[in-house]
Design a protein around this ligand. Structure first.
Ligand code: CA
Length: 253
C-alpha cells in the first residue's frame, strides 16, 4: 500500500457524507502505477466521501478485488505487465466479479480507443487530463446506474423505484404495499441487484445480528414481498437460488 501526502491532508467529507458510517461508504479501488496520480485520485475520491483502496499493478488489483469486493474499480489503461484492458476482461470473465462497475482511466482520447475500452467491458471511460469534477460526476453516474443505493436517496432499478425519505416503493408506477420488514428486504435487494443473498446475509441486513430469527422467517417475508411486487402480469423478479438464497433479477426486455 502506498501512503501518500493525501493521507495527511485529508479534507473533511462533504456535508452529504458526514452522517455516513465509514463502513457504509462506497469503496473505490484505484489501479494506477504512477504514485503522484494515485495520490491525487485518492485525495479527490476521499473528498467525495469514498473509501479508497490502491493497487499499483494488475495482479495486486485482481487480488484486492477478490479479497475486498470494492463497489467500483477505477482502472488505468497503461499499466506494467497486465494492461488495463486485460484486467477488465479478466474481471468480466469471472462470474463473481462480472457485474463490478469499471471506469477506465487513460491518456488515450481517440474514439477508437474509447470503443476498445468499452468493448472490453468498462462501464465508462475518462481521458487524462481530467478535472476532479468530471471524475466525481462519472463515478457517481456509473454507481447510480449500477448500484443505485450508493448514489442517492431514491433507488431506481428497472421498473422499481424506492423513495427512502418518503418510505414509498413503486413498480411500473404502481404503489407497492409493503410491511416494514418487506420494505427493508426490498431495500437490501435494491442495494445489491443481481447478487445472490443468503438467508443469513438477509437476516443480518434486515433483522440485525443481535436478533434471534429463524431462517424460515426470511422465506415467509420473501413470499410476502414477492406477492406485493409481482402483481398480476409482471414476471417474478426475485429468483430463488437453491440452497444459496435469493437474488433480485430482471430480464433484459
Ligand atoms: Ca499508468
Amino acid at each position: 500500500m502506498l501512503h501518500s501526502m493525501a493521507d495527511r491532508t485529508r479534507t473533511p467529507h462533504s456535508a452529504r457524507d458526514t452522517d455516513r458510517d465509514p463502513a457504509s461508504r462506497p469503496t473505490v479501488l484505484v489501479v494506477e502505477d504512477e504514485p503522484a496520480l494515485l495520490a491525487l485520485l485518492r485525495y479527490n475520491l476521499e473528498s467525495e466521501g469514498y473509501r479508497v483502496l490502491e493497487a499499483k499493478n494488475g495482479e495486486e488489483g485482481l487480488t484486492l478485488i477478490r479479497e475486498t469486493k470494492p463497489d467500483l474499480v477505477l482502472l488505468d489503461w497503461m499499466l506494467p505487465e497486465l494492461s488495463g484492458l486485460e484486467i477488465c476482461r479478466q474481471i468480466r470473465r469471472d462470474p463473481k466479479t462480472r457485474n463490478l462497475p469499471i471506469v477506465m482511466l487513460t491518456a488515450r482520447g481517440e474514439e477508437s480507443d474509447r470503443v476498445r475500452g468499452l468493448d472490453s467491458g468498462a462501464d465508462d471511460y475518462i481521458a487524462k487530463p481530467f478535472s476532479p469534477g468530471e471524475l466525481a460526476a462519472r463515478i457517481r453516474a456509473v454507481l447510480r446506474r449500477i448500484r443505485p443505493a450508493l448514489a442517492g436517496e431514491t433507488l431506481i432499478w428497472g421498473d422499481l423505484a424506492m423513495d427512502l425519505a418518503a418510505h414509498r416503493a413503486t413498480r411500473g408506477g404502481r404503489e407497492l404495499r409493503l410491511g416494514p420488514t418487506e420494505f427493508r428486504l426490498l431495500r437490501h435487494f435494491l442495494e445489491h441487484p443481481g447478487r445472490v443473498l443468503s438467508r443469513d446475509q438477509l437476516l443480518d441486513a434486515v433483522w440485525g445480528r443481535d436478533v434471534e430469527v429463524e431462517q424460515r422467517t426470511v422465506d415467509v417475508h420473501i413470499r410476502r414481498l414477492r406477492k406485493a411486487l409481482n402483481g398480476t402480469a409482471e414476471h417474478d423478479i426475485i429468483r430463488t437460488v437453491r440452497s444459496a438464497g435469493y437474488s433480485l433479477e430482471m430480464r433484459a426486455e
